[in-house]
Ligand binder design. Sequence first.
Ligand SMILES: C[S@@+](CC[C@H](N)C(=O)[O-])C[C@H]1O[C@@H](n2cnc3c(N)ncnc32)[C@H](O)[C@@H]1O
Length: 307
Amino acid sequence: MASTEYHEPVLLHEAVRSLITREDGLFVDGTLGGGGHCKLILSKLGRNGRVFGIDHDEEAWEYASSVIGDDPRFTFIRGNFGHMEQLLPLDTHGKIDGILLDLGVSSHQIDEPERGFMFREDAPLDMRMSTLFGTTAFDVVNYHTEQQLKRIFKLYGEERNSSRIAREIVGKRPLETTGELRQVIAGVTPERHRNKTLARIFQAIRIEVNRELEMLGRFFDKAPELVAEGGRLVVISYHSLEDRLTKNFMRAGNAEGKPEKDFYGNTIRPWKPVSNKPVIPDDKEISRNPRARSAKMRVAERTGVTA
Ligand SMILES: C[S@@+](CC[C@H](N)C(=O)[O-])C[C@H]1O[C@@H](n2cnc3c(N)ncnc32)[C@H](O)[C@@H]1O
């Protein structure tokens, strides 16, 4: 399988150019996936450069290791980037020159029908990016309360018809497969909105199952302890909630986006955004790789200010 068959890297050159400020530096790819970004990072580093590649999905490692090959500068760690400070060796803390996060699921994960990410396929309700997670889509769909379902559909899916869909799901439980879930949603959605609604509800369940925003927030809380002054954070996100969280942390060091002040009244800003506007893929990239269309990349530099 060629690299692009597993996952075509998004904003590949832009991300790697923004990340690397020192060719003998220490870097972390927190979402290794098919290893596309990581391979380019390694190709730009010198002999003393070093890269840790993290992914919670064991299949990512199996594939990425064949792409990266036997490179003594590279180390794979299986785990969740939300726990990065526990995954990385202690002697790297405060010394990292750049961390890349290319969020969400890989094409390989989406395209494997049995993992249950696609509403067009009929598969068990799973949607876990990693077997390290205990909760599956089955648990969310069958055991969340109506209120909980409504909340995640509204918040993570930005779905207007959240109440109706949540009520319908609760009334039709137990639901075992993506096909059964699709039928229930389709039954209360006008045909002209159906595909978009299905995509939004499946996205919301996926975010809940993989605790995507919680892990991203946790990562941002700890990142100032890991990155050296002048080091970079490069984050590629694919929906508005991730992008807002990224923007707020990069501007203000917290999820709310409101800078805090220290005892002396100085503003605490652990990061300085490299630009205020996100970088987005151009038309050429989107026509080659439609999955890139919602991508937004933000870059920030560590200021050295500590809370
Ligand atoms: C969009 S793909 C990354 C693709 C990669 N940049 C490449 O060039 O192939 C996202 C990857 O990150 C992993 N991932 C997503 N959230 C994660 C998390 N919280 N911790 C660890 N890995 C995560 C997924 O399993 C998936 O393999």
